[in-house]
Design a protein around this ligand. Structure first.
Ligand code: GDP
Length: 524
């Protein structure tokens, strides 16, 4: 085992359906971790300036955060990089992309609701990349579904082995605490708030007679019966299987009442993988590689319409980054000196002097860095696997003032570079088509067109429902395009895209054209 600094990095995200408790859990993790710094301040610093922007208005009106941020804290020698993701159901493309920059994830499930649609979608993205998952079943302080039902649902819906690591003694009004199987520690509510305030006791196991001093007779009897079944009935913990994404350890807790928080941090520290080797065109790049390499997974535009500067979020994959270093972005081909990188760490957001694999660096720039770009010292590496997702909503962009075509094209190119929308240029017809994963992205698009590009446009329904990237031989592509000219478009990189009336249409065309692939994601 290496003692390199990167080996002590844990870069992770929290995935969940809205309202399951992600924000609350994040807060409590930061609190427990002695948290130090909220990268949201990158946002806050310019907030006054930006308050005019319509874009901010959307955030305020809907009470959501559209931008993602990075939170770093250190505990017991481990550096935790928690990448926050927009929690709103509608704005998930950003979330998907952020998941390409993490090595593991915590999946939060509401004990009363089980696996919800957004959880499932995000889980599928994790599975694509075999991102290991620790499950946190939240809100056991309230009446929930039986624990066994939840465990079985995780196992069935996600096709994962589940391993209960702890067990609640009762739920809701009967909640008496949580028992951790590995350590034998019982944590219990105290005071009026019924929160966890440090009341805990140590036991040799679920049969330890001393448990009777801590729990009601009824609660204990039920707990023993359930816990015994739970331990016998599910897979035992297997680090390999977890790290391969085949098994999820399951912890019960209450973010609000602070149950299970310490356990969550300990689990990430002990089990979650350090920075993983990253796939590149020339094979995998391991973190101990000396050359500094990383990729951009997010670009956050400065909301000030007068200044077009942006912060690109880079995940470092190998080497030790030092301030002032020259890196070459794959999209640019010539080196740029990174003079004022932002490292999301320490009490006050200091300008980064060094960063290690697994860390995230914010790089201010004027639009030169794009989502998916690789940065490297020698321009020798190109990472793969940062996907674009097939849009679920397609709209035609119609200009109110037709003389603004050039501005619109520029705006659509910029915003698609940033990853706000995807843009498709149909082979036939003059109205460009934008694609998004969630409705909110469309609102952002329209207000930014107005505020930043002075383009007055509106959206109208497109006769398509979804889009697929086409791959195949030139001849096969040409033949297909001839028959389907009305449905063909190019994306901003010039790749051929089939715009389909329905997913049924995609299936039908795929069957008719077996020598073409219709891909729902495009890897850059
Ligand atoms: P998010 O949308 O996933 O970020 O969810 P939030 O953290 O905002 O939580 C949604 C709601 O659930 C809020 O009203 C929280 O106070 C509440 N909540 C979160 N965790 C718990 C918990 O452990 N127990 C209870 N009873 N409520 C919780």
């Amino acid at each position: 085992m290496t003692t390199a600094p990167w080996a002590k990095r844990r870069t992770f995200a929290i995935i969940s359906h809205p309202d399951a408790g992600k924000t609350t859990l994040t807060e409590k993790l930061l609190l427990q971790g002695g948290a130090i710094h909220l990268a949201g301040e990158v946002k806050a610093r310019g907030a006054a300036r930006r308050a005019r922007s319509d874009w901010m208005k959307i955030e305020q009106q809907r009470g959501i955060s559209v931008t993602s941020s990075v939170m770093t804290f250190e505990k017991d020698g481990i550096v935790f990089n928690l990448l926050d993701t927009p929690g709103h159901e509608d704005f998930s493309e950003d979330t998907y992309r952020t998941l390409t920059a993490v090595d593991s994830a915590i999946m939060v499930i509401d004990a009363a609701k089980g696996i919800e649609p957004q959880t499932l979608k995000l889980f599928e993205v994790c599975r694509l990349r075999s991102v290991p998952i620790i499950t946190f079943v939240n809100k056991v302080d309230r009446e929930g579904r039986p624990c066994f039902e939840i465990l079985d649902e995780v196992a069935d819906k996600l096709a994962l082995d589940v391993c209960p690591m702890s067990w609640p003694v009762g739920m809701g009004g009967e909640f008496e605490g949580i028992f951790d199987f590995a350590s034998g520690r019982l944590t219990q509510p105290s005071g009026d708030s019924k929160a966890y305030e440090g009341k805990s006791s140590q036991h040799s196991g679920i049969d330890d007679p001393s448990l009777a001093e801590k729990l009601s007779a009824q609660g204990l009897a039920k707990f023993r019966e359930e816990a015994e079944l739970a331990q016998a009935g599910y897979a035992s913990f297997d680090l390999e299987a977890y790290r391969h994404g085949d098994l999820t350890p399951v912890y019960f807790g209450s973010a609000l009442k602070e149950f299970g928080i310490e356990e969550m941090i300990a689990a990430i520290a002990r089990f979650a993988p350090p920075p993983r080797p990253q796939p590149s065109e020339a094979g995998t790049i391991t973190p101990d590689n000396n050359e500094v390499t990383g990729f951009i997974f997010k670009v956050q535009a400065n909301m000030d319409p007068q200044h077009r500067d942006r912060i690109a979020f880079m995940r470092l994959c190998s080497g030790t980054f030092k301030r002032g270093m020259k890196l070459t972005p794959s999209g640019l081909g010539k080196p740029v000196a990174i003079h004022s990188p932002i490292l999301f760490f320490a009490q006050d957001r200091e300008i980064a002097d060094t960063a290690e694999p697994g860390d995230i660096i914010g790089i201010p720039n004027h639009g030169t860095l794009r989502v998916g770009d690789t940065l490297s010292e020698k321009n020798s590496v190109r990472f793969t696997g940062l996907p674009n997702f097939a849009p679920e909503i397609l709209r035609r962009v119609v200009l109110r003032d037709p003389t603004k075509t050039k501005q619109l094209r520029k705006a659509l190119d910029d915003l698609s570079e940033e990853g706000v929308i995807q843009v498709f240029y149909p082979e036939i017809g003059s109205n460009w088509v934008v694609g998004v994963v969630g409705q909110l992205q469309l609102d952002v698009l329209i207000s930014r067109l107005e505020a930043e590009y002075k383009v007055d446009a509106f959206l109208e329904p497109a006769p398509y429902d979804t889009a697929r990237w086409l791959n195949g031989s030139d001849a096969a592509l040409r033949a297909f395009a001839q028959f389907n000219a009305g449905n063909m478009a190019k994306d901003r990189d010039g790749n051929p895209v089939f715009m389909a009336r329905s997913s049924w249409d995609v299936g039908y065309q795929q069957e008719k054209n077996p020598d073409l692939t219709f891909s729902a994601t495009k890897e850059r």
